[in-house]
Design a protein around this ligand. Structure first.
Ligand SMILES: [Zn+2]
Length: 460
């Protein structure tokens, strides 16, 4: 049975419309849209916009978010700004088991839904047991994340991570990396398991994530892509050029900068999502923009880690695709990612309304347009538009809230992105199912209780 919902105002693919009735089929796709229809029955909203895709997540890091903020001092007296972060990370890496990951991911995905993310790209590298031995099901850890997404009702793009080496030039991995490692056959097994589990599920897709150029080599990634068949992959995500040291190491190893190397050795196109890509020269910026690949930007994490600024003004000028991710989960809110993407540029250029375009002069709306479009590419899914044939993934904003009251259409979106810190997301739909109602999820209390127990266990 199909269902219908109605909204006084909705942002459709061709613009804002009033009194909109949307019909959704049983499998969660939009099958009809009509505007100018008086409300008759069913679920009723005031302002409906597409749900936002979160293209970069490491779910397990949610357990440690906020614990890396104390600087240490090394033996030689110099500052080690990554000191607590590394210590905390290894503490958790030595403890997290499948049931813990399910619990952490459930809490995280619930928080994503509540803030208007309707889909996550889960860049999952914690594959094996603590000593590096395989779980009975080699895809166990990624399947736990998928199950958590299904349990809370979040759209999901599985991005199991291909990780084999400890540095450029096939350096041997370190002891602390043994949970991450796979050869080509073992990795293909993980992807195949996930593909089987996601078959016929409109809410999920499966891609791959070579961790970084440090962790793979050309032959390994080529072999994996050939074995799986490039057309079977929803997307290919890779961390690239996040910090200047990576650029220097890549230059020393190959004579090329990371993005340069990637474009010379692989056919980088719309199927690819380059995470961070913080340190680009002009040629690399143009290569990315022209290829149609997506820049996976994570402004709050990049700020938290002190990475630097993505070359966003030039990239926008060349109409490059991009999307946002919450990465380390120090913030789980698309508002903060988009706001800081713009604010970083205002501070750098001493201008206002920097990230607008010829067609779209409202900054908040322009940023949302980019994030919607880029996430659809980076997740390989029919999301990010309220249009027939797309997933019924929506966010209903609370326009009676004092922060939004009296605001309409693009001004309302600008106010959402740039005004205040309350969560103004009221209802959220994924695949036609209402998963957040009046700001709440049906299983919120039990998920959060379980999460607290998990943290207690991991603290031991
Ligand atoms: Zn990452």
């Amino acid at each position: 049975m199909s269902k219908k919902l109605w909204s006084a105002s909705a942002l459709l693919a061709d613009g804002w419309a009033n009194n909109v009735e949307i019909e959704i089929d049983e499998s969660g796709y939009i099958v009809n849209i009509a505007s100018g229809i008086p409300y008759q029955q069913g679920e009723r909203h005031s302002v409906l916009i597409p749900g936002i895709g979160n293209v970069h997540s490491h779910a397990h890091q949610r357990a440690m978010s906020g614990l890396g903020e104390r600087a240490g001092v090394l033996a030689d007296g110099s500052q080690d700004s990554f000191w607590t972060w590394r210590k905390v990370m290894y503490h958790y890496l030595e403890r997290i088991q499948p049931e813990h990951l399910h619990s952490i991911a459930s809490q995280l995905y619930l928080e994503m839904l509540k803030h208007g993310y309707t889909c996550v790209g889960e860049f999952q590298y914690l594959h094996h047991d603590v000593d590096g031995s395989f779980y009975d099901n080699r895809a166990e850890m990624s399947l736990q994340c998928l199950q958590a997404a299904r349990d809370v009702g979040l759209g999901f793009t599985a991005l199991p991570v291909l990780y084999r080496y400890g540095g450029f030039g096939d350096a041997e991995p370190l002891d602390g990396q043994k949970r991450f490692l796979n050869d080509a056959d073992g990795f293909v097994e993980i992807v195949t398991q996930l593909q089987k589990t996601c078959e016929n599920d409109g809410n999920s897709s499966v891609g791959i994530a070579p961790h970084s150029l440090r962790a793979i080599n050309q032959n390994l990634l080529s072999e994996v892509i050939n074995q799986l068949g490039v057309e079977s992959l929803a997307a290919i995500h890779v961390h690239v050029s996040e910090q200047t040291r990576e650029v220097d190491d890549c230059l020393a190893w190959s004579g090329k900068r990371p993005v340069e190397w990637l474009f010379e050795h692989f056919n980088v196109n719309q199927q690819w999502c380059l995470i961070h890509a913080t340190h680009l020269n002009n040629a690399e910026t143009s290569a990315m923009a022209n290829s149609g690949c997506v820049a996976g930007l994570c402004p709050t994490t990049e700020a938290n880690l002190g990475d630097g600024f993505f070359n966003v003004i030039d990239y926008f000028r060349q109409q490059g695709n991009w999307a946002v991710g919450s990465d380390s989960h120090i913030s789980i809110d698309p508002v903060e990612e988009l706001r800081w993407l713009e604010y970083g540029q205002r501070l750098l250029t001493r201008n206002r309304n920097v990230l607008v375009s010829e067609q779209q002069r409202n900054t908040g709306r322009n940023l949302l347009n980019g994030a919607w479009q880029g996430a659809a590419l980076a997740c390989g899914r029919k999301i990010g538009r309220i249009e027939i044939g797309y997933r019924a993934d929506f966010v209903a904003l609370d326009d009676s809230h004092p922060r939004l009251y009296g605001r309409k259409q693009d001004d309302l979106l600008d106010s959402w992105i740039f005004s205040g810190n309350e969560n103004l997301v009221k209802d959220v739909y994924v695949g036609g199912k209402r998963v957040i109602q009046n700001g709440c999820h049906a299983n919120e209390a039990s998920i959060s209780n379980k999460y607290r127990q998990t943290l207690d266990q991991l603290a031991e």
